[in-house]
Design a protein around this ligand. Structure first.
Ligand code: UDP
Length: 470
């Protein structure tokens, strides 16, 4: 009999993609039957397109759409994103029990905001594993959070010293996850609620591998604090990154442009699936790229403060906007002066195909965890420009621990990062000595990531345990 694992990702492509990669691996490489249960409430066009093509992957991988929940009375515009996601997940999971009772999976893999399923599975005697899709650094902070919550009064950001997570490097308060920076906000309460349940799972899967974050993985498994929580077994199943992208005609043009550029000469500038800058910052970024005199591929979006930006602009693959339409947001004549040396792409680019391309020599990234892993797997050195969520701690790790990135230095007094600093850091990575050092290190990490994928590591252990759960 095949082992049957069900997956329950939180809403949002940043969660769906790594869970789906794991689901695919279990089906195609390890002979599992998989049920992938999808929250459809508020699904984006990108999500619908993604699962449309996913259905044909294998007869042993079924997509099960949960009925759309009516959230009109419980969601409001003023709610922060995490609160909205948590409320959508809570409402969407209400009909879960009969669905699981009928499917009878041998185990369920939940995600950070779908832990309501733990109680349901206890009733049905189904073991639950959690897939933590962010960095190990955030996992250690998250498991430590209930303790911090009990022991610290006031805001963590006001603490006089960095947060001391047992067995781990101290975390500067500026690097803390945005969602824990204001304890009075609902999103803090939701986050705390969900991470407090992690110790009640049968195991935690993390998208990392032993060599990438040895110290924290060791802390999670051996440090007395984590052992006593108790922390369930940790399975470092990474790197799990998307291995296929549906390429549009627009994507083909981007790749053709890269084909005509010299080897490792192009800086790819992309701030994740939803990252946007203020109009002043976008102007400085463009001017800095121009000042650097380096080749670049810039994924550009209307600035956060552009009037009506939210109304006509929807991020996602396949956006057909025109780069010239964005020219109003750049310095005068920028697109004309940089034509040939730079390519500005509106909204979205096929990131994996770009990172894999031989002409790509650097990646200016917001350091989202998926982007980070994709860059590491492709061996591309990075410029770290963290924007929100846990990206600051990822950036610090990439610069200070892994050694594959250079951070953009923000002037504490200034509202934006200036063009001179941007030009400096771009030159440093693309043609400076610092660039050579981090490029070499990125090459080593690429080999290391490949080895981790081949060896199976935590993934093999997880596969073995799932077979036992039948
Ligand atoms: N991505 C992409 N093209 C873009 C922007 C983003 O393919 O133009 C993909 C990227 O490859 C990654 C995901 O979107 O898989 C972004 O995830 P990440 O965790 O880095 O950041 P988030 O979007 O969650 O902030």
């Amino acid at each position: 009999m095949k082992s049957h694992v069900a997956f329950l990702p939180s809403p949002g492509m940043g969660h769906m993609i790594p869970l789906f990669q794991l689901a695919k691996k279990l089906t195609l490489q390890h002979g599992f039957r998989v049920s992938f249960i999808v929250i459809t409430t508020g699904a984006s066009a990108a999500q619908n397109q993604f699962f449309h093509s996913a259905a044909a992957i294998s007869p042993h991988l079924s997509i099960i759409n949960l009925p759309a929940a009516d959230v009109s009375g419980v969601i409001s515009e003023e709610m922060r994103v995490v609160t909205q996601i948590a409320v959508i997940a809570r409402e969407s999971l209400k009909p879960l029990k009969p669905i699981l009772a009928e499917l009878k999976p041998s185990s369920l893999v939940v995600d950070i905001f779908t832990t309501d399923a733990i109680d349901t599975c206890t009733d049905l005697r189904i073991p639950v594993y959690s897939f933590f899709t962010a960095s190990t650094a955030l996992l250690t902070l998250s498991l430590y959070l209930p303790t911090l919550d009990r022991e610290v009064e006031g805001e963590y950001v006001d603490l006089p010293a960095p947060v001391e997570i047992p067995g781990c490097r101290n975390m500067p308060t500026a690097d803390l996850l945005d969602q824990v920076k204001d304890r009075t906000n609902d999103e803090y309460k939701w986050y705390l609620l969900h991470v407090s349940r992690l110790p009640y799972t049968a195991g935690i899967l993390v998208n990392a591998w032993d060599d990438l974050d040895q110290q924290r993985i060791k802390a999670l498994t051996e440090n007395p604090f984590f052992k006593n929580l108790p922390t369930p077994p940790i399975y470092p199943v990474g790197p799990l990154i998307k291995d296929d992208e549906i390429l549009t005609e627009k994507d083909a043009t981007i790749l053709a442009w890269l084909d005509s550029q010299p080897r490792e000469s192009v800086l790819f500038v992309c701030l994740g699936s939803g990252g946007t800058l203020s109009s002043r910052q976008l102007i400085e970024l463009a001017a800095g790229l121009e000042l650097s005199r380096q080749r670049f591929l810039l994924v550009a979006r209307p600035p956060t403060d552009a009037s009506g930006a939210g109304a006509y602009f929807s991020v996602g693959s396949g956006g057909g906007e025109d780069a010239d339409g964005l020219s109003v947001y750049f310095p005068d004549g920028f697109l004309d002066r940089t034509r040939g040396v730079g390519l500005v792409v509106p909204a979205w680019a096929p990131q994996m195909a770009v990172l894999r391309h031989r002409s790509t020599g650097g990646f200016l990234s917001h350091c989202g965890w998926n982007s980070t892993l994709e860059s590491l797997v492709c061996g591309v050195p990075m410029i770290a420009w963290p924007l929100y969520a846990e990206q600051r701690m990822n950036a610090t790790m990439l610069v200070e621990e892994v050694g594959v990135a250079v951070k953009v230095v923000a002037d504490a007094e200034a509202e934006v990062i200036g063009r001179e600093e941007i030009g400096r850091v771009v030159r440093a990575v693309m043609e400076g000595e610092e660039g050579k050092v981090i490029r070499r290190r990125a090459g080593e990490l690429k080999e290391n990531a490949l080895k981790a994928s081949e060896n199976g590591g935590g993934l093999s252990r997880f596969v073995d345990i799932c077979h036992l759960d039948i």
